[in-house]
Write a protein that binds this ligand. Structure first.
Ligand code: PXP
Length: 271
C-alpha cells in the first residue's frame, strides 16, 4: 500500500519538518530567483510537510532575509526558524514571530551544522534567549548532542524542547558501520528517554536519509526509519537527503517536461 504525504500526517508517526535550505542553495548558485524556496515550501506543505524548517545563517549562504518574510506570509503550517544565538538573529526572530525556533551553534567555515549547542557552557546566554523568545510567543527547541549534561542544561535553561543531533548516527549509517550505528542509536534512545523524563518534548534531525544509493533500493533500513521508529521522537527535521531524494524521484518527469516543451515549440514553429 502506498500513501500520499498528507495521508501520512494522520498516522501515528513523528511530525515531519521539511528543511528547504537546499532549494535556496540551488537558487543562489545562479544568483537568480529560481528555484524559489518559498514555492518549494508551498509544495512541501501540499505533499504533507507538517512544519517548514529553515536556517537563516549569519552569512546568508542559502535562506535570505526576504525569504523569511515571504515564508511568514505564505506558509500556513508552523515555521521552524533555525538560528544561532546572536543578537541579530534574536531580533529577526522576534520580528518574524515564527511558531517554533531551534537554536543551533554556527561556525562560519562549516559546511553544515556540525555539533550541538554547548548549553552548559553558555548557560546564561541561552537561558536569556529562551526567555526572550518564549516572551515573543515562539516555542523554543535547543539543538544538542545526546549528552545528559547538555540535556539537563537545556531543561534548566527553560527550553520546552530539544532536538537531538543525529549526525553521528547518519555518518555511521552511510559508512555501513554497524557497531557505530548501534552505539549512536542507543545514545539517541537514552538521550530521548532522559529528556522526556525531564519533561522535554523531543525532536531529532540532521543527516537522515532514505536510501544509500538509488531510489527503490531495498533490503536495508534507512537512517530515517531507525530514528522514526523510536517512540519518543515527536518531530523529525530533514533537509539535504530529502531534497536529494526529490531530485531522483522528480528527474524523469523534469526531462519529460523539457522534451515536451521542445517538441511543442518545434510543432508550432512556422518553418
Ligand atoms: N536539524 C537542525 C537543527 C539542522 O541545523 C539541520 C540542518 O540545517 C537539520 C535538522 C537538517 O539536516 P539535514 O539537512 O542534514 O537533513
Amino acid at each position: 500500500m502506498t500513501f500520499s504525504g498528507s495521508q501520512l500526517t494522520a498516522l501515528d508517526a513523528p511530525l515531519l519538518g521539511v528543511n528547504i535550505d537546499h532549494v535556496a542553495t540551488l537558487r543562489n548558485a545562479r544568483g537568480g530567483r529560481f528555484p524559489d524556496p518559498v514555492a518549494a515550501a508551498l509544495l512541501a506543505v501540499e505533499g504533507g510537510a507538517d512544519i517548514i524548517t529553515f536556517h537563516l545563517r549569519e552569512d546568508r549562504r542559502h535562506i535570505r532575509d526576504e525569504d523569511v518574510v515571504r515564508l511568514k506570509e505564505a506558509i500556513a503550517v508552523p515555521l521552524n526558524f533555525e538560528a544561532a544565538v546572536t543578537d541579530e538573529m534574536l531580533d529577526i526572530i522576534e520580528r518574524t514571530a515564527p511558531e517554533h525556533v531551534c537554536l543551533v551553534p554556527e561556525r562560519r567555515q562549516e559546511v553544515t551544522t556540525e555539533g550541538g549547542l554547548d548549553v552548559a557552557g553558555q548557560f546564561n546566554r541561552i537561558q536569556d534567549a529562551c526567555a526572550r523568545l518564549a516572551a515573543a510567543g515562539s516555542r523554543v527547541s535547543l539543538f544538542i548532542g545526546a549528552d545528559p549534561v547538555q540535556i539537563e542544561a537545556a531543561a534548566k535553561a527553560g527550553a520546552p524542547c530539544v532536538e537531538l543531533h543525529t549526525g553521528p548516527l547518519a555518518h555511521a549509517w552511510w559508512d555501513a558501520d554497524q557497531a557505530g550505528l548501534q552505539r549512536e542509536l542507543t545514545r539517541i534512545q537514552e538521550g530521548l528517554r532522559f529528556a522526556r523524563s525531564l519533561g522535554l518534548r523531543t525532536h531529532a534531525g540532521h543527516g537522515l536519509a532514505l536510501t544509500q544509493s538509488e531510489p527503490g533500493q531495498i533490503g536495508h533500513v534507512s537512517s530515517t526509519a531507525l530514528v522514526a521508529a523510536l517512540p519518543d521522537v515527536a518531530e523529525l527535521h530533514i533537509g539535504h537527503a530529502l531534497i536529494g531524494h526529490a531530485v531522483f524521484v522528480g528527474l524523469r518527469q523534469a526531462i519529460a517536461d523539457f522534451k515536451a516543451e521542445a517538441i511543442r515549440a518545434r510543432k508550432s514553429s512556422p518553418a
